[in-house]
Design a binder for this molecule. Structure first.
Ligand code: ZN
Ligand code: ZN
Ligand code: ZN
Length: 258
């Protein structure tokens, strides 16, 4: 279990006053994301699409049920070498998994597993709060955020799968990217879970190496917490700068870009 965010900030390098401001900022981020979600629902498809989706639901479950793990199991010596962390028990390959995802909403520490096939992480929904993975969450190497501008990558070795994926912003189902030559294709995908189409706008990830995390899950965890604190501090700075620059008359303009 994670410490509440306020105590992380105050026990490390942030003052209590700063921590409470950060918490306020994080709440604002969450409020903003909720309104984004509401706006996205407008993009959902009409009823014809929805009924197709429910017909497909059973077969998707079949795919999940028969899915095979993509990564080799954790080496027993790595499990033995680990000083078992106090925060959770890591005694088997299943405990360790392939990586970590710390939910940006409830801070739950989710274990990630990489599966062979079209849906490499199945549904990426937090086991505690059920919210889907977002670009504000923090993940270990197995789900390394991949910038939108980069579309070239080496072809995987023969018999290996493409190690890139993107995640439906509506339902959180992960989809393995396709490739034409050395160009990654993230466009024109219809989500097998909810029928939403990707216009190349779903968050993209490189499916990285499991080794660094498995060698030292504890320090992977600590790094993710640090990254989260750094991101929050940067946000506070950006918004305070923006607040200094904004004039009362401009507040109407920035509310509704569309
Ligand atoms: Zn959560
Ligand atoms: Zn998130
Ligand atoms: Zn979906």
């Amino acid at each position: 279990m994670l410490e509440p965010i306020g105590s992380i900030f105050s026990s490390h390098r942030f003052s209590t006053a700063f921590a409470s401001r950060l918490t306020g900022v994080l709440d604002k981020v969450e409020a903003r994301q909720t309104s984004d979600d509401t706006r996205l629902s407008v993009l959902k498809f009409p009823d014809s699409r929805t009924s197709k989706e429910s017909a497909r639901g059973g077969s998707l479950q079949d795919v999940f049920d028969s899915a095979v793990l993509a990564e080799a199991p954790t080496e027993p010596y790595l499990i033995l070498e680990n000083k078992y962390p106090a925060i959770r028990s890591l005694r088997t390959d299943a405990d360790i998994g392939d990586g970590l995802w710390i939910c940006c909403h409830c801070h739950h520490e989710n274990i990630l597993r990489h599966w062979k096939g079209r849906f490499p992480f199945k549904y990426l929904r937090c086991v505690r709060c059920t919210r889907k993975l977002s670009s504000d969450c923090h993940t270990s190497e197995i789900l390394t955020p991949w910038p939108f501008g980069l579309i070239h990558a080496p072809r995987p070795a023969v018999g290996r799968e493409i190690r890139y994926c993107h995640v439906c912003t509506t339902c959180g189902l992960s989809h393995r990217a396709e490739m034409a030559g050395t160009t990654l294709d993230f466009y024109g995908v219809t989500c097998a879970g909810c029928g939403t189409s990707s216009y190349g706008d779903w968050p993209r990830y490189h499916i990285g190496n499991v080794e660094p995390y498995r060698r030292d899950p504890d320090s992977s965890f600590a790094n993710l917490i640090d990254a989260r604190a750094d991101d929050a501090a940067k946000l506070v700075y950006q918004w305070e700068m923006a607040a200094l620059e904004s004039r009362p008359s401009s507040s109407l303009n920035c509310r509704n870009p569309g």
